[in-house]
Design a protein around this ligand. Sequence first.
Ligand SMILES: C[S@@+](CC[C@H](N)C(=O)[O-])C[C@H]1O[C@@H](n2cnc3c(N)ncnc32)[C@H](O)[C@@H]1O
Length: 250
Amino acid sequence: MTKRIDLFDSTYTHFTQQVLEAIRRETFGQDIGQNSWLTVEEYDRFISWLRLAPEHHVLEVASGSGGPALYLANQVGCQVTGIDANESGVATATQSAVKADQTDQVSFKVADANAPLSFEESSFDAILCIDSMNHFPNRLSVFQEWHRVLRPGQRAVFTDPVVITGPVTNDELALRSSIGLFLFVPPGVNEGLIEKAGFHLVQQEDVTENAALISGRWHQARQRHKETLLQIEAKSALWVFNNSLQQCIA
Ligand SMILES: C[S@@+](CC[C@H](N)C(=O)[O-])C[C@H]1O[C@@H](n2cnc3c(N)ncnc32)[C@H](O)[C@@H]1O
């Protein structure tokens, strides 16, 4: 049985330490504070699917370090509310918003995306959720909540980094999910739940190739900085990836 490791808490607590910043630069090229498998080019492409305007208000589900939300607000000029279950993530995100002088535009709160959301219906013009869908086992309820809080006709974009599209061993799955709760699904499950929740699938892209490239770079960067990482993370360097699909629903 693989040991469970609270990597998110460690990552967000130490997010601004030099070693983690160096690893992100070596992995992503441009570091916007992402804790995902997306380069900025991909991020820009997926946010363009949301058709955002400055007057819009975006809900970012599982906003992590807050860096991507601040980037989005800067790029579009819109409002962003980020929710994440990890308290250290929300604390780091809030500090970054203060530091960037963006607290009037971007805010963060601790919330479990698997639970009913504490927002009125039709509160948001878009929803963005990057590389976190795998943590949502109540996925139909999650989509139904998204449908409720989105204004009619508006869009949500999410990425699912663990869609299983080929052979995989039990050890690979155990390693991949050693940081917490994971739901692995085959192609077709998300698509069915999207429709069941009242959305329509507008656009979908298989980005496995890029996810594999980024995860390879991430792994190598972590290897290069192993000694420093061990001081802050103990022995928690486990990264195995399968597949990633980007989906845009409306
Ligand atoms: C791979 S990270 C992605 C973070 C961010 N979206 C990004 O692109 O950098 C996954 C995030 O999901 C969050 N998460 C896990 N389970 C959650 C839940 N039930 N509700 C809200 N957030 C959750 C974690 O705390 C973590 O920040």
